[in-house]
Design a protein around this ligand. Structure first.
Ligand code: ADP
Ligand code: MG
Length: 376
């Protein structure tokens, strides 16, 4: 449906050149929602603006539905209104002096869709989709933030665009509304079946809405794949961190396939990797950690003695901040029978061998073998 190839966009600001989009290539299939996930400033909005035609890239090409809409080499750049793309922004950008009805009619007028405008059906259908029929005659200022964002969604869809772009549309809503509108949007995508790109810096939004995710870093795509692929096999530490592998342990080589934990008073792990590197980093999620009884005898994984820094009791689980060696780890795990954890208490934590991802110099390394199983 959409094919972006070798897209390049630089800005010059105060004599410096910022490469906002740096050789970006990806495709979006018919009916697919691709999520661009990355921190503020990594180039997400610029990619969308180039696709919409509001920004002219310096290099690359963009094809939509098999038709070229931009080609730097051929000097072709179709104007935005001819691309038939719907956009929904973070700041709903509704016209304050127009009723909801008139706001929804706006894209139809802009595209001179006179028949649809006269019949009124397109507007009603879009309004029904997001439950805003009851306030068609109100002005945006008379609606809550969530209602305004629903109207903005309807406005994005009303002209039946062949492609949708969403630029952090939920980030101005409070947490409860965000969850509701996210659900609405997911439902809409399922029922209406549009193709589109959804931009966010929020991991849970990305997982909830994306058929595939593209992790962006400094203008480039670091990894692209299904949520399952990236969650299960992040290719870089940066991608790992973005999908929640927030805990980090660093190991130095100790010879013969053994690695010693930095600051870990001699704690070693047996790991043989396929790729050589000067140090190894293990990344894992707070939920991946086990809280072990003080008297563990055998555990098929890495065992660490730590100290509790902060403790939140959540009924079935503890949420702990723990120092172990020179690392500070977040632990979200069920407590062993009768155990209590308060600040300053010793804690024994375990990480099974198959859990987590290993990295050398920021890149994924595959574990070829384990020398043995440790026991304590
Ligand atoms: P994101 O949406 O991921 O936060 P943006 O695409 O807005 O990122 O910006 C990417 C980079 O390009 C940033 O460094 C930003 O400052 C820069 N940038 C974006 N638009 C302009 C512009 N019109 N002029 C100069 N620099 C810009
Ligand atoms: Mg942005």
């Amino acid at each position: 449906m959409l094919a972006v190839k070798g897209l390049e966009k630089s800005f010059s600001a105060k004599g410096d050149v910022v490469r906002a989009v740096d050789d970006v290539t990806f495709e979006v299939a018919e009916g697919e929602m691709l999520v661009l996930l990355g921190p503020s400033g990594c180039g997400k909005t610029t990619v969308l603006r180039c696709i919409a035609g509001h920004e002219t890239a310096q290099g690359g090409s963009i094809r939509l539905g098999g038709e070229a809409v931009f080609d730097a080499a051929g000097g072709m750049d179709q104007p935005p209104e001819r691309r038939r793309i719907g956009m929904v922004f973070q700041n709903y950008a509704l016209w304050p002096h127009l009723t909801v009805q008139r706001n929804l009619e706006f894209p139809l007028r802009a595209r001179r869709m006179k028949a649809e405008l006269a019949a009124g059906e397109a507007v009603h259908q879009a309004a029904r989709l997001v439950d805003c029929v009851p306030y068609l005659q109100r002005f945006p200022g008379e609606l809550s933030g969530g209602q305004q964002q629903r109207v903005a969604l309807a406005r994005g869809l009303v002209a039946k665009p062949r492609f949708m772009l969403f630029d952090e549309p939920l980030s101005n809503l409070d947490a409860l509304l965000r969850a509701q509108v996210r659900h609405d949007l997911h439902e809409l995508h399922r029922t209406v079946g549009f193709s589109g790109i959804y931009v966010t810096h929020d991991q849970s939004e990305a997982f909830a809405l994306g058929d595939r995710l593209a992790i962006m870093r400094a203008g480039r795509i670091e990894q692209i794949g299904t949520p399952q692929e990236i969650y299960g096999r992040p290719l870089t530490e940066y991608a790992a961190n973005f999908v929640g592998l927030s805990n980090r342990l660093v190991f130095d080589p100790a010879g013969a396939g053994r690695w010693s934990l930095q600051g870990g008073s001699g704690r070693e792990v047996p790991v043989v990797t396929r790729e050589a590197s000067d140090s190894l980093t293990l990344r894992f999620r707070p939920h991946d950690v086990d809280l072990l009884p003080a008297t563990t005898t055998a555990y098929d994984g890495l065992v660490l003695e730590g100290r509790v820094v902060d403790s939140v009791y959540e009924g079935r689980h503890y949420d702990l901040s723990v120092t172990a060696g020179s690392a500070t780890l977040n632990v979200h795990a069920a407590a062993p029978e009768g155990a209590r954890f308060g600040p300053g208490d010793p804690v024994r934590i375990g990480l099974r061998w198959h859990i987590g991802s290993w990295f050398g110099d920021g890149r994924r390394v595959e574990v070829a073998a384990r020398a043995e199983t440790t026991s304590t």
